[in-house]
Design a protein. Structure first.
Length: 477
C-alpha cells in the first residue's frame, strides 16, 4: 500500500503473521510524522482498527512466526489414481494446505470430455463448518469453476481441509500417461474479500491400466519327474506400468507371498542366486505324484495374471526283491536274470548289470531288460554278477545326466557261477578198471583229473548199469 502526501510516496508494509494482518488504509495528513489509520485482525480474527499519529516505523507489529499465509497451496488428492477398467467411478478431494482467516475461494478446473463423464461437485467442510456459505458451480465446455464464500465478514476458516469433492466416471483411458484433473486457476479471499496469495496448486492424474502382468515363458518342460526341488533358469515377470507382488500356491491351496512392494516394471527371481536359477519352494513337504504350482502376479493397478506349471515328484526307487537267477550254463555262456521290479510313480524300470570278473559282460542301463544271454565266455571260468535298478526320473536335465538323476537302488547280492568244462575224456577222467574185461566185484573207481565239482573238469556225473556195451544218454539216468 502506498501513502501519498503531495508529491511524496511512502510505502507501508503488510505484515502477515498467524491471524495478525495489518493494513494501512488512509492517506496521511500534514507533514511528517504522518497521521494515518490502520486495521488488523487479531488471533480470533476479529477486525480491529484505529488512528495512529507518528512515525510509520512505530506502528504495532505482530511477530508470531510459527503460522502464516506465505505458503498456501491447493491440490487434488489423491495425486495419482491408478485403477482398472473403463467408466470407473472415482472420487477426489480438492484440499487446501495451512491457511489463515480464509473467507472464500474460486477454483477453476479442466476435465476433458474425452476422459471423464458424469462429473459432479460437493461442498467440502473447510468453510461450511464455520458458518453459512454461498456455494455455486459453473462450467463452459471442459472448464469448471467452483466457488464458495462464508456469509458475513466475521466468519472465516483457518488451518487445512477439503474445499470440495469431485465425483466422476472415467472413460477407458488407454494411454499410460493418464488423464489430468487439471487445476487451472485459484483465487483465495479473506473475510473482507481481500486477496490471499496462493503459492501453487497441484493437479491429479488418472491412469486406467487394463493390461495384466506377463510371465516369461519357462524353458523347462512340464510333466517331468523330479526327486529334487525343480529349478527354473528363467523366472521373470513384467508389467506395462508397475508390478506390485508375486504369489504362489501348490494345487490351488492358499496363496503364499514370494515378494511384494516391487519397485519397477519387472522382477527376476533368478537374480542374486548361485547358480542363477529359481528353486521351487516347499518341495520336501509335497507328497509323491503330480503337482501343479500356480503363480499370481499383481500390478499396481490391481490387475492379476495367473500362470501354472505341472510336474511330478518321485523320490522312490522301483519296488521289488533284487534277486538274480543264473541258468543255461554252457562251456561258453550262461543266462542271467534279475528279478523284475515295479515303479509306482514314474512308471519306468531300468536295469544295470555288472560283471565283477570281466567288464565285457557289463550291461548298461536299459529299460525293461532284466535278462541277458551271455556268450563267448571262457570255459570252466568263474563269473560274478550283481545288478541294480532305477526309474525314469530326469529332473528335466539332459539325457546324459538321466542315470545319475534317477532314483537308483543299491547293488544286489553278488551271484557267482562257473561255465562248464569241456566233455570229459579218458585223459581227464580215469578208471581203475579197463574195458572189455570181466570182473567179479562190481567196484569201479573213477578219478577226475584236477578235481570234481563246479570249476573243475567234472562238475557232475551220471551212471547207468546195463548189459550193453554202449548207452544213449537221455538226461534221466
Amino acid at each position: 500500500m502506498k501513502i501519498e502526501h503531495g508529491d511524496a510516496e511512502v510505502t507501508a508494509h503488510e505484515n502477515i503473521f498467524h491471524c495478525h494482518t495489518i493494513y494501512m488504509v488512509s492517506a496521511p495528513t500534514g507533514s511528517a510524522p504522518f497521521d494515518f489509520s490502520y486495521n488488523y485482525w487479531e488471533d480470533n480474527c476479529d477486525s480491529k482498527g484505529g488512528t495512529y499519529e507518528g512515525d510509520i516505523n512505530d506502528v504495532p507489529q505482530y511477530t508470531d512466526e510459527n503460522l502464516n499465509n506465505l505458503d498456501v497451496s491447493v491440490y487434488v488428492a489423491p495425486a495419482n489414481s491408478l485403477t482398472t477398467g473403463g467408466a470407473t467411478n472415482l472420487t477426489y478431494n480438492v484440499n487446501i494446505s495451512n491457511v489463515t482467516c480464509m473467507g472464500g475461494f474460486d477454483v477453476t478446473l479442466t476435465l476433458a470430455d474425452a476422459d471423464f463423464t458424469n462429473i459432479s461437485f460437493t461442498e467440502g467442510t473447510f468453510l461450511n463448518s464455520h458458518g453459512s456459505t454461498i456455494w455455486w458451480t459453473s462450467n463452459a465446455g471442459e472448464s469448471y469453476t467452483i466457488s464458495c464464500s462464508l456469509e458475513g465478514t466475521s466468519n472465516n476458516a483457518s488451518n487445512a481441509g477439503t474445499l470440495f469433492t469431485i465425483a466422476l466416471d472415467t472413460k477407458n483411458i488407454e494411454n499410460l500417461t493418464g488423464a489430468l484433473i487439471n487445476i487451472t486457476d485459484v483465487t483465495l479471499r479473506g473475510p473482507n474479500n481481500e486477496s490471499i496469495e496462493c503459492s501453487g496448486f497441484a493437479d491429479g492424474i488418472v491412469v486406467i491400466d487394463n493390461t495384466t502382468p506377463a510371465m516369461t515363458a519357462l524353458v523347462e518342460a512340464e510333466n517331468a519327474y523330479y526327486n529334487t526341488a525343480p529349478t527354473l533358469t528363467t523366472f521373470e515377470f513384467a508389467d506395462n506400468r508397475g508390478l506390485n507382488r508375486i504369489e504362489f500356491n501348490y494345487d490351488n491351496d492358499a496363496w503364499q507371498e514370494i515378494i511384494n512392494d516391487i519397485s519397477g516394471t519387472t522382477w527376476n527371481g533368478t537374480e542374486g542366486n548361485t547358480p542363477a536359477v529359481y528353486t521351487l519352494p516347499d518341495f520336501t513337504n509335497l507328497s509323491e505324484g503330480i503337482h501343479t504350482i500356480n503363480w499370481k502376479a499383481t500390478d499396481d493397478a490391481g490387475n492379476t495374471s495367473t500362470f501354472a506349471w505341472t510336474f511330478y515328484k518321485d523320490t522312490q526307487i522301483p519296488a521289488g526283491n533284487r534277486a538274480m537267477a543264473i541258468s543255461g550254463v554252457t562251456t561258453t555262456g550262461m543266462t542271467i536274470t534279475g528279478a523284475a521290479v515295479e515303479d509306482a510313480v514314474e512308471g519306468h524300470e531300468y536295469y544295470i548289470f555288472d560283471c565283477l570278473t570281466d567288464n565285457v559282460y557289463d550291461k548298461l542301463r536299459a529299460e525293461n531288460i532284466n535278462q541277458y544271454d551271455l556268450t563267448g565266455m571262457g570255459t570252466n571260468t568263474l563269473y560274478q554278477f550283481k545288478y541294480k535298478v532305477t526309474d525314469g526320473v530326469t529332473n528335466n536335465h539332459a539325457a546324459t545326466e538321466w542315470e545319475e538323476d534317477a532314483n537308483i537302488s543299491d547293488w544286489s547280492y553278488t551271484y557267482s557261477r562257473h561255465t562248464l568244462s569241456v566233455a570229459p575224456t579218458l585223459a581227464t577222467v580215469t578208471c581203475n578198471r579197463t574195458t572189455e574185461t570181466w570182473y567179479k566185484e562190481p567196484t569201479f573207481t573213477f578219478t577226475s583229473v584236477g578235481g570234481f565239482g563246479e570249476g573243475t573238469n567234472v562238475e557232475y556225473y551220471r551212471y547207468v548199469w546195463d548189459r550193453h556195451a554202449t548207452h544213449s544218454w537221455n538226461g534221466v539216468e
